[in-house]
Design a protein around this ligand. Structure first.
Ligand code: GAR
Length: 195
């Protein structure tokens, strides 16, 4: 059974979908949910599911990314994860941190990568006049939002869409994509999944 740690920064809806899928014949189980924000709503949701949680407030490490990551590593390594899932984790991780978990760290990003790496993906898709948007699950490598793609889902952009409306439509599909990709990844399948 693979051990999965999930890193979040906010409400944790993707985290919850991953956790809810990891039962029965799923090849993995959640062992830790950790956040850079002690107020992240997802921490309570994880605790309510009986999962160990940890919070390391990045604001306690101003201009000290290495210090923040060292503090985050403590509960993370103690949980002995085989796989780490970033699920709405909004801190950029240093190459040193990422390399340590090379080939076993996943991220979900709300765009059709390689388009729109970074922030404000939905507003950028609308500004470009794209007919489609979507989400991507990829392996995390030192370069931001650039690792090998493990899965992708597309949604239509609709007339009158706002960034918020588009984000909600994409998020709904993220909730299908991420559990499906993690299930395959934990079983050793890295072939991209196109939903
Ligand atoms: C999701 O849309 C996820 O793709 C995005 O943050 C949201 C988190 O929602 N992630 C990023 O933008 C990463 N750069 P959640 O906390 O409800 O899962």
């Amino acid at each position: 059974m693979k051990r999965v740690a999930i890193l979040i920064s906010g409400g944790g809806s993707n985290m919850l979908r991953l956790v809810e899928d990891m039962t029965g014949d799923h090849p993995a189980r959640p062992v830790l949910v950790a956040s850079n924000d002690p107020a992240a709503g997802g921490l309570d949701k994880a605790a309510a599911k009986g999962i160990a949680t940890a919070a390391v407030d990045h604001r306690e490490f101003p201009r000290d990314r290495a210090g923040f990551e060292a503090a985050l590593l403590k509960p993370l390594l103690a949980a002995e994860p085989d796989i780490i899932c970033l699920a709405g984790f909004m801190r950029i991780l240093t190459p040193g941190f990422v390399t340590r978990f090379s080939g076993r760290m996943l991220n979900i990003h709300p765009s059709l990568l390689p388009k729109y790496q970074g922030l404000d993906t939905h507003a950028r898709a609308l500004a470009a006049g794209d007919a489609e948007a979507g989400a991507t699950v990829h392996e995390v490598t030192p370069e931001l939002d650039s690792g090998p793609i493990l899965g992708q889902v597309r949604v239509p952009v609709l007339p009158g869409d706002t960034p918020q409306a588009l984000a909600a439509r994409v998020l709904e599909q993220e909730h299908r994509l991420y559990p499906a990709v993690l299930r395959r990844f934990a079983a050793g399948n890295r072939t991209p999944l196109i939903l």
